[in-house]
Design a protein around this ligand. Structure first.
Ligand code: SF4
Length: 300
């Protein structure tokens, strides 16, 4: 499996791979300044918070210019089913299962008529396979019976489908139909709190607070950027603060590893050490499916 570069990278390629780096003294100085302001009782104005949030999003957009939904799909039906299947498992694992599932059941009517045991066999690698098989069969039946086999394009219709909540609905609306949507999953919520965009835990309240900071046209991109950042750098357990491109802007700087070298070793997916070739190919526009076919590792 091609993990490490088989050749010496050119200076141009090395420059392409550089993500914004914040020297530790600079990040620490910014953290001290924030702590001092807080100790003096100064609070950030809504305008300052908005500016800061948008600056963070711009840097993350430069860090992950290739950020897209990490579930593979060819149409809204596939994305809806894949998103329901992605509960409590990884997108990489869902992507390994869905090609077989959609080969066998290309339309909602096919899946609605499937035998539960056959679907269970196909989704078994995802865990909770009985519940998941039952959920997607019921979902397909609702699409077939109530929506002529089409995925509805309105939030209020989507959330009435069995097993579809706001997050799943917004994933479909923003990625399959190009509508504005914030997809508040576990990474999004954690990052929004660490970055000071919200103090809330409830996903609907998080969504409301974050929506107030960004124009709707930025919501889909922001969702991808926060999820990419959460998976690659700002991990739940041990954030790689010392390798983080927004270390000087983040109010939570220092909750993770500050040492630059130790932090770099914590990076995941295409940013992981030894995956420079994969990272370059993403930057050059390769799709996940192409890279997977070539044997590149796409998991953490
Ligand atoms: S890795 Fe550290 S500095 Fe970067 S966003 Fe997460 S908590 Fe903030």
């Amino acid at each position: 499996m091609p993990q490490t570069p088989s050749r010496t990278l050119s200076d141009h390629e090395k420059a392409l791979l550089q993500i914004r780096s914040v020297p530790r003294p600079q990040a620490q100085a910014a953290a001290r300044k924030r702590a001092k302001a807080k100790a003096q009782g100064q609070t950030e104005s809504p305008l300052a918070l908005t500016r800061q949030a948008r600056k963070i999003n711009r840097i993350l957009a430069q860090t992950y210019p290739y950020a897209v939904a990490e579930l593979d799909f060819d149409n809204p039906y596939q994305l809806l089913v894949a998103t329901v299947l992605s509960a409590q498992t990884t997108d990489v694992r869902v992507n390994s299962v869905t090609p077989h599932l959609f080969d066998r059941y290309p339309q909602p009517a096919d899946l609605a008529a499937a035998r539960q045991e056959d679907v269970e066999d196909l989704v078994r690698p995802l865990g909770f396979y009985r519940n998941k098989a039952s959920a997607i069969i019921r979902l397909a039946a609702a699409l077939h019976q109530n929506h002529q086999g089409q995925v509805p394009q309105k939030l209020e219709d989507l959330v009435k489908l069995p097993g579809v909540g706001r997050k799943t609905a917004f994933v479909v609306l923003s990625n399959a139909f190009g509508q504005p949507g914030l997809t508040v999953d576990t990474h999004f919520g954690r990052l929004a709190r660490r970055l000071g965009f919200t103090q809330q835990e409830d996903p609907v309240k998080v969504e409301k607070d974050v929506a107030a900071l960004f124009p709707p046209k930025d919501w889909a991109g922001l969702s991808h950027h926060l999820v990419y950042q959460g998976r690659r750098i700002c991990h739940a357990q041990r954030p790689a603060c010392g390798a983080c491109p927004i270390a000087d802007l983040c109010p939570s700087y220092g909750i993770g590893e500050e040492d630059e070298q130790k932090a770099a070793a914590l990076l995941k997916y295409e940013l992981a050490p030894g995956r420079e070739e994969l990272h370059l190919l993403f930057l050059q526009g390769a799709s996940r499916r192409q890279l997977q076919a070539q044997g590149y590792p796409l998991s953490a």
